[in-house]
Write a protein that binds this ligand. Structure first.
Ligand code: ADP
Ligand code: MG
Length: 356
């Protein structure tokens, strides 16, 4: 189905935005710390046209579903809430948005931690910006997108996903200080590319585990007399903490330091070592890994051509990310997946994408 087939006219304009994967800096964002995401090749495209019946009409090719916003006071749910949220936050920022036909298609895997939601929001905002020539910069796009997700999709998210989708591309990594929003776009490490493999293990315990870790970090920060664990830079300062708070805090402090080391400029080799250290820290100190993720990461780390690998996202299941020699991603992922699935799992290659 095309825009033309759904809405009986061609689109006026279109824009795209990518999904993202976080390379380093896990569980640091809610500690006011540092993150290091990059864009993935898969993206979401939003096409727009003017609707003449004073109603918004949204269509998602992925869902083959159309939603019409009949009344401005009506609050949509599901995918429409992300798009409607983008329109609403623009109106609140003082822009008059006409009734729109919105057509969405995407190659970003949904619900796999590659941030299809931010890609949808950023693509929608970019397309509206283009259609109406709005004076909004890319950082503002990210901030509006985050607002839309929090207030209209009801997801209490930080700003990493939207900033990454709005500012990063597949050739660059994006350093972001989640406290100050200071950021820097840097090239990917030399001669390296990204691999993402889903472990096939659903993140069933993720939300309760996540909330518990968050509470532990807040408690640790309180005991140390700082606003957030980001304010601690040396692990010796953590010795006064009881376990398991000391281990949890140690992960955050060492993880922030790993991201800051990358900021100084590191080789692919060193970047990989930092990813490996991050995984060990997430497994042993933060305790958010599961056997499947450890198995997959172990296989990746032992494979020639892999600089480093770790779990990515909140953990308790989900995906692993690896940095591998440029040009070898396809052969490495195919080999690893075969090996991993022979061990009884149902893994899946997310990046590189076979569809592109
Ligand atoms: P993630 O961002 O990790 O992929 P989320 O749960 O945050 O997972 O966002 C997924 C939701 O975003 C989907 O359930 C859907 O509502 C919306 N979404 C993302 N991409 C699309 C799309 N192409 N078409 C319709 N809805 C989409
Ligand atoms: Mg999301």
């Amino acid at each position: 189905m095309s825009f033309q087939q759904i809405f009986n006219k061609p689109p006026e304009t279109e824009a795209s935005a990518p999904g993202r994967v976080n390379l380093l800096g896990e569980h640091t964002d809610y500690n006011d710390g540092f993150v290091l995401p990059t864009a993935i090749p898969q993206c979401t495209t939003v096409q727009l046209g003017f609707s003449s019946d004073r109603q918004h009409h949204f269509y998602s090719e992925n869902f083959n579903e159309q939603v019409s916003i009949l009344d401005i006071n009506y609050t949509p749910s599901g995918f429409a809430s992300y798009i409607f949220g983008c329109i609403e936050v623009l109106q609140q920022a003082g822009y008059t948005i006409p009734s729109l036909f919105v057509y969405v298609k995407s190659s970003v895997p949904m619900g796999s931690g590659l941030s299809s939601s931010a890609a949808l929001e950023v693509a929608t905002l970019r397309a509206i910006r283009k259609l109406l020539n709005l004076p909004i910069n890319d950082v503002e796009v990210a901030q509006l997108a985050q607002k839309a997700e929090i207030h209209y999709a009801g997801v209490q998210c930080g700003i990493m996903d939207q900033i990454a989708s709005s500012l990063a591309d597949t050739e660059h990594i994006l350093f972001l200080d989640t406290r100050t929003l200071e950021r820097r776009v840097m090239p990917l490490p030399d001669g390296a590319e990204i691999v993402v493999i889903d472990s096939g293990v659903p993140r069933t315990l993720a939300s309760s585990g996540y909330n518990q870790r968050r509470a532990e970090c807040e408690q640790a920060a309180r005991s140390l007399g700082v606003k957030a664990l980001r304010d601690i830079t040396i692990v010796e300062a953590l010795e006064i903490l009881p376990e398991p708070l000391r281990r949890r805090a140690r992960h955050v402090v060492t993880e922030n330091n790993r991201v800051l080391e990358v900021l100084q400029g590191v080789s692919s080799q060193r970047f990989g070592e930092l990813m490996n250290a991050s995984h060990a820290s997430l497994r042993d100190d933060y305790e958010v890994s599961v056997p499947a993720l450890d198995t997959l990461v172990d296989m990746l780390q032992k494979t020639p051509g892999v600089f480093g690998a770790r779990l990515t996202g909140a953990g308790f299941g989900g995906a692993c990310v690896a940095l591998v020699t440029a040009g070898e991603a396809r052969s490495i992922t195919t080999r690893i997946l075969e090996q991993y699935n022979q061990a009884g799992y149902s893994g899946q290659i997310l990046v590189p994408s076979w569809e592109l």
